[in-house]
Design a protein around this ligand. Sequence first.
Ligand code: NOJ
Length: 509
Amino acid sequence: MAEPWWKSAVVYQIYPRSFLDTDGDGVGDLEGIRGKLDHLAWLGVDAVWLSPFFKSPMADFGYDVADYCDVDPLFGTLADFDALLADAHDRNIRVLIDWVPNHTSDQHSWFVEARSSRDSPKRDWYVWRDGDPDRPPNNWKAAFGGDAWTWDETTQQWYLHMFLPEQPDVNWNNAEVVAAMHDTLRFWLDRGVDGFRIDVVHAIGKGEDLPDIPADSSAIELTLFHDYPRTHVLLRDIRTLLDSYDGDRTTVGEVYLLSTAKVAEYYGAGDELHLAFNFPPLHAPWDAVKWRRRIDRVVEEFDPRQAWPTWVLSNHDVSRHRTRYGGSEERARAAAVLLLTLRGTPFLFAGEEFGLEDAEVRTDRVVDPGGRDPCRAPLPWEPAPPHGWPTDDVWLPWPPDPNERNAATERADDRSVLHLYRRLLAARHNSPALSLGQFAWRPGPDGVLVYERALDGDRRVVIVNFTDDPVAVRLDDLDEGVVEVASHGQGEGASYSGVVPASGAVIVR
Ligand code: NOJ
């Protein structure tokens, strides 16, 4: 049986506010994305994941959804979305959208109704508790600081929010909520989307009693260890719903538990999530030992379940990997080789293909309550300001060196980071071993990871040098070995020399 598309796919995350603006308000929009589909097709991505573009008061820049089934005017219209989906499909690019089921906006009509009175038919759609206005019902802390409870003066009860007070948690123990949420999935599946990235999916199941967490963990953000059996029941129903559609519709869940063993459980027995993000590697420093340990954890926990891994270095919630790895372009390039040759589905964050670093955001320009503005800087498409945008008055400052690190300049230079990503994507697509093959370590010197990917007679060896010095790595059984891709761009197509440059990586065929 053919493998589902999402196993061999490379997925590209778009944060719509930052991708490209077309209407001149300084905030990206759906038409901006549609206008750059040719860039994505040229790059070679198989799918895009669009961060939320739904109606929202934007307290959390769209992760506070006020209507799951409509587009916020800031981003366009439903017709714009349909046009984007059709044009993406014409280029064989699949589209995943971001589904935010753990909480709504406090402006969602469900919450407005629930909040209006204790007798509201929707009261139980959210999580309310009696109590003393001076003492929250338990010791849970919200993700962006403060208690996870807000006192509602009108109805004299507390409501739960694991994130901002403007993001009340939905009560998934209520059958009407489950049905309404399923309807929102059907709405988009019927329109033709290929699947969903599911926001903080591990948080949706909650017990009826919400006990204190142990005092020594209570300062830690709750979402990092919230893990209730009920979520697995809910996920099985969501899986059944998706599987009732044709076309291998898929889910990738944001399971923000920092235990790879726990993350693996969210694949169930192949009947829960199709894919789950596993964040420990993303939080690993640029260090061969630490990376090796995290890769081993994935092999140990995922393989026995036949769970297909995911790999990610950057997204809209963390500092870009180039910045985390000290700003070094060499390291960022070598990391791209690593990301795109491990066994599993890689996720790129728009702009990493330009080698972008985080923007410097002065205090007076800070807009995100969670401190994540720097990685969300707008993407430069052209060298001259306003960098292909209709205005220079953009919602966040540009990332460093936009006149050099931008799509047009890098496209014209085949030594650029952009061309490296393109060659890596092509190498992956042309090699069954790289896209679907088995993974095995090979011996290597300290500070270097050497591994092999193989499938049906196709084989690649990958060497990633995490050190700041050139290293000699012999591949004795590969005397005919040819360098297919080199992070530094030299020697591709020639025999492997036996030495990998400082902070460099190669794929040998
Ligand atoms: C995870 C998202 O990635 C993040 O951006 C958001 O703030 C929270 N979930 C809350 O929805």
